[in-house]
Design a protein. Structure first.
Length: 483
């Protein structure tokens, strides 16, 4: 494990899991299941509420520091992730879980109907991403809160913070076997977990391709499972910002800069394509956006003066460098800010703005997951045409935003883009969803839209049993019409 912004600096060495390690984790999860599901919801919730309080206090610096160093996040980005968002997940999950358990069916006179919100029958396989420590902690914690045991496979490039997250859960009193973290080779772990007849669910955040592979494998193994596994996934995005001619220019520029270049564009929700009317673009937005992007400093994230750090690893760096070469050699594209990359000390890619005249160019459809913003400039009168094109040009539907002060334009675009984004923003950047305020998730190639941080997600980790109790059973089998 290395620091992305100083890749010669080794943070630690981690074990590369084998099939045997994965099998041991699955066995541990199964062994712990009867004990864990027998605990009351209150007893399980108390552990995660204690973890939230520990994270808000003595563990805060540890999780933030691990996220800063291991994932190259600025102090601010680490704080809103590893501390604030993970605390929110843990606390709001308990709140929403209580509300879910309180939902009970009606009972007529002489009977009592109720739901038994059982855990799933088997274990949950949680596969987590590099970009958010909060998501990495929530994906195993949410099913566990609802009484499931979990095999947790963190991203290799997030294992430093994941290690401390696991220690946090243990410090809060999580019993052995409830969450079983297995590091290293995802293929080796998946081979075992997905072949086990007791696989009950997958909780996933990562690439669209990986989620599709997991889904296909589950389909191939379907007849061998005890039950149909619940598949919950949040995957890729090609998230948009569409500006109307009535948009406020300064707010638009700020949203594009923050939405595209915070955490080096490595948020699932990051703005990676924008559509700007010519009047605004030529009236100052172009120059302001380019100048601001060029002024951003990426470097060692322990230097508080830096806006951002490095991309996560050499593979990501190579992908972004190739994308920059592509647009530089494209006749329809012009790089107006950034456009360079340097991996001599860290995996640094400059904040890049590309003006592209072809709205169907790869740069508007392919998720690069880096600090590259594509901008298409359109004639003001073509707003509706541009919205329609933006709606369907990419396979994803995660986040998007519209900037306008004309309420008719806002209303029209909101309706036209109803299925283009699971999280839709008006006059705001498409990033920064807050647990309990903007439940997060998208559809199409972006996932199952099960809204992490809400009851929509928690209900996926329960298998309700309906119970009817009759207080005085009938003793006559006949009905009145029989005479």
């Amino acid at each position: 494990m290395v620091q992305p912004h100083r890749h010669r600096h080794v943070l630690g060495v981690t074990h590369n899991a084998t099939n045997a390690d994965a099998a041991a984790a699955v066995t541990a999860a199964k062994k712990a299941a009867p004990m864990w599901r027998a605990l009351s919801y209150a007893d399980r919730a108390a552990i995660f509420l204690r973890a939230a309080d520990l994270l808000a206090g003595p563990w805060r610096d540890t999780l933030n520091g691990a996220t800063i160093l291991g994932q190259s996040k600025s102090v601010y980005q680490a704080e809103i992730d590893a501390a604030c968002e993970l605390i929110d997940f843990l606390r709001f999950n308990v709140h929403f879980g209580q509300n879910l358990l309180a939902e009970q069916p009606l009972s007529s006179a002489g009977m009592w109907n109720r739901f038994d919100h059982r855990p799933l029958e088997g274990f949950v396989y949680a596969v987590t991403p590099f970009n958010f420590t909060a998501i990495a902690g929530n994906l195993p914690a949410a099913p566990a809160l609802m009484g499931n045991t979990v095999v947790w496979k963190p991203s290799p490039t997030q294992q430093f913070a994941a290690h401390f997250t696991m220690r946090l859960f243990e410090a809060a009193g999580l019993p052995p076997g409830v969450i079983n973290m297995v590091t290293g080779d995802g293929i080796a772990v998946s081979e075992v977990a997905l072949a086990d007849p007791d696989l009950a669910g997958i909780h996933f955040t990562g690439s669209t391709k990986t989620f599709q592979t997991l889904w296909q494998t589950v389909g191939q193994n379907l007849t061998g499972y005890r039950s149909y596994p619940r598949l919950v996934g949040e995957t890729g995005g090609k998230d948009f910002v569409i500006a109307h001619a009535s948009a406020e220019p300064d707010g638009l520029v700020t949203a594009l800069v923050r939405g595209a270049f915070e955490y080096q564009g490595q948020k699932c929700s990051a703005a990676s394509r924008a559509y700007v009317p010519r009047s605004l673009w030529e009236g100052g937005v172009r120059d302001a956006l380019a100048a601001t992007a060029d002024s951003l400093t990426y470097g060692d994230v322990t230097d508080l003066a830096n806006f951002g750090g490095a991309v996560i690893d050499a593979r990501a760096f190579a992908k972004h460098a190739a994308a920059l070469d592509l647009v530089k050699n494209s006749a329809s594209c012009t790089v107006i800010a950034g456009g360079t990359a340097d991996d001599s000390e860290g995996w640094f890619v400059r904040p890049t703005v590309v003006e592209c005249g072809d709205p169907e160019h790869e740069i508007f459809t392919t998720e690069y997951f880096g600090p590259i913003l594509a901008v298409h400039v359109y004639d003001d009168a073509r707003f509706e045409d541009v919205v329609k094109q933006a709606e369907g040009i990419a396979p994803y539907a995660l986040t998007g935003s519209v900037f306008a002060t004309d309420r008719r334009a806002v209303d029209w675009a909101s309706n036209a883009l109803r299925y283009a984004a699971g999280n839709f923003y008006i006059n705001d950047k498409p990033t920064g969803a807050v647990v309990g305020q903007q439940p997060f998730g998208g559809a199409r190639a972006s996932g199952t839209n099960d809204k992490a941080g809400s009851w929509h997600n928690l209900i996926r980790w329960t298998s309700p049993r309906t119970i009817k109790e009759t207080f005085v059973p009938p003793t006559d089998h006949t009905y009145p019409h029989m005479g």
